[in-house]
Write a protein that binds this ligand. Structure first.
Ligand SMILES: Cc1cc2nc3c(=O)[nH]c(=O)nc-3n(C[C@H](O)[C@H](O)[C@H](O)COP(=O)(O)OP(=O)(O)OC[C@H]3O[C@@H](n4cnc5c(N)ncnc54)[C@H](O)[C@@H]3O)c2cc1C
Length: 410
């Protein structure tokens, strides 16, 4: 009976196993998982709700959410994408819902629904799962061009004192450095891993005591870099976070690491052109003439943020609108649309984080996520140099890869 070993019982591992079992019912398919339990990241994902995919139906548009993998995933997404994921879980009794921002969750709001579905489907199809089985050695078969003549005919996988053999090897070990090393020793190239999806730390006094305040749509850029992002922005007790920051951290993951996360962030709180803001301030000068500038909120800014920016522009708290000088107006426009913050580090975004880096994508045939070095080796999920911004895209890459591995010929 042909044998498949899958290293890693996460999202990509289970999806590969289920699809392989569906297409090869006579095969012996075994998942080796180092942990006590499987699908641990699915369990904690999306704050325990599991943001399983995204309501995005165009493969090209979908691929744009991947700072690393955009080009390579376009073909795979034409085979299996978000709608297919929704259909797949729906067919197996997991009701899903699309939230206003496009994120897709189980109606139960519990990641356990996804875990149960994957576990029960795998078990029903005869997939074997061995937990507490940490793979520590992989020996390539003699069928590979690089293997020595003395190599065995099958893959040999060692975990503790256990030895497994396999005709097909699937590696879905996520961002595990030890397995990356094993893959390097097989000849694969590793793009060095760096964190992605993190919040920015700053000690800027303008944000002091403003933790919890958010802006619905801000524009951000990093001074001296071509990095830009926009979207909701959140002030935290350590600095800045929210979708716009996470997006910037994903696109900037590689550029920001050598800078030790020290850089100037430029914030346009209103996502408006300076000239339009200036015009609005001029109007307020007329219509609010006798009111104090800092007494109430303007331009849809939360009052505490408005007061802080007015103060940062050097405008006294009790000054009336009618007394707003040109210099003060310019300073306020600057604070509202071009405020610079010195970022001194990064913080973990607890809802979702990922690793940029992994096996070099040039070494993968994306028709079936097959290694170009070994025809019977397949890789999917975070083990590859693929990652996305938040929103269900990281899981989508894992589902797509797993599905294509399961449908691969041979
Ligand atoms: C807190 C958090 C929340 C997240 N929320 C979301 C979300 O809501 N939506 C989304 O799209 N993405 C989310 N992500 C990202 C998502 O979890 C990952 O992209 C996804 O889990 C990758 O799947 P994977 O199968 O490649 O790897 P993993 O899920 O990491 O699975 C790899 C498995 O391999 C096992 N393994 C590693 N080494 C070995 C070894 N030597 N031997 C045997 N087994 C081994 C690991 O124990 C693990 O179980 C989140 C990530 C985090 C950290």
């Amino acid at each position: 009976m042909p044998q498949t070993i899958i290293i890693g019982g996460g999202a990509a591992g289970f999806f590969s196993a289920i699809q392989l079992a569906a297409n090869h019912p006579k095969e012996d398919i075994t998942i080796l998982e180092r942990g006590k339990s499987v699908l641990e990241k699915v369990r904690i994902s999306g704050g325990g709700r599991c943001n399983v995919t995204h309501g995005c139906w165009d493969p090209r548009e979908l691929s744009k959410f991947y700072p690393r993998g955009e080009k390579e995933l376009l073909g795979p997404f034409n085979q299996f994408a978000c709608g297919d994921t929704m259909g797949w879980f729906g067919d197996r009794g997991v009701e899903l819902k699309i939230e206003d921002d496009g994120r897709v969750f189980p109606v139960s709001d519990s990641s356990q629904s996804i875990i149960d579905c994957l576990w029960n489907t795998a078990k029903a199809q005869g997939v074997k799962v061995l937990t507490k089985t940490r793979v520590s050695e992989i020996i390539a078969p003699s069928t590979s061009s690089t293997a020595p003549a003395s190599a065995p005919e099958k893959w040999t996988v060692k975990a503790g004192d256990q030895t497994f053999t396999a005709d097909r090897l699937v590696v879905t070990s996520g961002s595990n450095p030890a397995v990356w090393k094993l893959l390097e020793s097989l000849g694969h190239t590793l793009v060095p891993p760096v964190p992605s999806l993190f919040a920015f730390d700053t000690k800027d006094t303008r944000l002091r005591d403003l933790s919890g305040i958010s802006m619905p749509w801000a524009q951000l850029n990093i001074a001296g870099e071509k990095l830009k992002a926009e979207g909701p922005l959140l002030i935290t007790h350590r600095g800045l976070s929210g979708p716009a920051i996470l997006r910037l951290s994903a696109w900037g993951a590689r550029r920001l690491e050598p800078r030790k996360y020290n850089f100037e962030l430029v914030v346009n709180w209103l996502a408006m052109r300076p000239v339009d803001v200036e015009e609005q301030l001029e109007d307020l000068k007329q219509t609010e003439a006798i009111r104090q500038i800092a007494a109430r909120a303007y331009l849809d800014l939360p009052i505490r943020l408005w007061k802080s920016l007015v103060q940062a522009a050097g405008i006294p708290g009790d000054q009336q609108w009618s007394q707003l000088s040109k210099r003060q107006r310019a300073a306020l426009v600057e604070q509202l649309t071009n405020a610079r913050f010195h970022i001194t580090g990064k913080s973990t975004n607890k809802d979702e984080f990922t690793t940029a880096g992994g096996v070099d994508l040039r070494e993968i045939d994306f028709k079936s996520f097959r290694s170009k070095l070994y025809p019977s080796l397949f890789l999917a999920g975070e083990v590859l140099d693929i990652d996305a911004i938040t929103g269900g895209f990281n899981f989508q890459a894992a589902w797509t890869g797993g599905w294509l591995i399961g449908n691969a010929e041979g």
